[in-house]
Design a protein. Structure first.
Length: 202
């Protein structure tokens, strides 16, 4: 399809199809295919600046494919560019939420090969000032602090995530693990049992 569209010089359709194929590869967790396609899109955009391919999508999809293929440092470069261009060009909407990108960038900052935990916490703390009721942000902040072995802070933020989303069994499980790390074994056991009673296959 891509070859045929290019040969026919159907460049608008070709541009759209490049992004669509790369998006599909991201959803199917096929980073090698996705990376090749989005690099083709990048080269096409460089050769034809008027092509209907945004730099935002090039960087966003490059970020996804690099992260999924285990290249955190290169993914970080693309992630920071994605948010920078998204802010500059007003690319965010309900389908591409900036807050989700911020949470994913924070996860990347706290990756064991990168270890920029302070940057991750700063980013998440700033986000919580804008969306103080978002449980996912508290959960990610708790995970970042967990990686630092700051059990007390991690537990505090995981508790808040649980308060905001009491039906999330994964939060209850994570909270129970943190309670174990804090030596609160009775409370941890109670949490584990609650998870298993709600879903024995968890």
């Amino acid at each position: 399809m891509l070859y045929a569209l290019k040969q026919q010089e159907a460049f608008d359709a070709y541009s759209s199809e490049l992004i669509a194929v790369s998006e599909l590869a991201a959803r199917l967790h096929e980073p090698d295919t996705g990376w090749k396609v989005i690099q083709r899109a990048r080269s096409f955009k460089e050769a034809r600046p008027d092509a209907d391919i945004s730099q935002f999508h090039i960087h966003r999809l490059s970020w996804i494919h690099l992260q999924d293929s285990g290249h955190p440092h290169r993914a970080l470069i693309e992630a920071e560019r994605t948010i920078e261009i998204g802010d500059r060009d007003g690319q965010w909407d309900q389908g591409l939420q900036r807050v989700v990108a911020v949470e994913n960038l924070a996860r990347l900052y706290s990756h064991e090969e990168i270890g920029r935990h302070e940057d991750a916490k700063r980013l998440l703390t700033e986000q919580l000032k804008k969306t103080p009721e978002r449980h996912e942000t508290y959960m990610v902040l708790g995970l970042v602090e967990w990686r630092e072995q700051d059990w007390n802070s991690a537990l505090k933020h995981m508790n808040r995530a649980r308060e905001l989303a009491p039906n999330r069994l994964d939060y209850l499980f994570l909270e129970s693990v943190l309670l174990s790390e804090e030596g609160e074994l009775d409370r941890a056991e109670k949490g584990y049992l609650e998870v298993l009673n709600a879903n024995s296959n968890f």
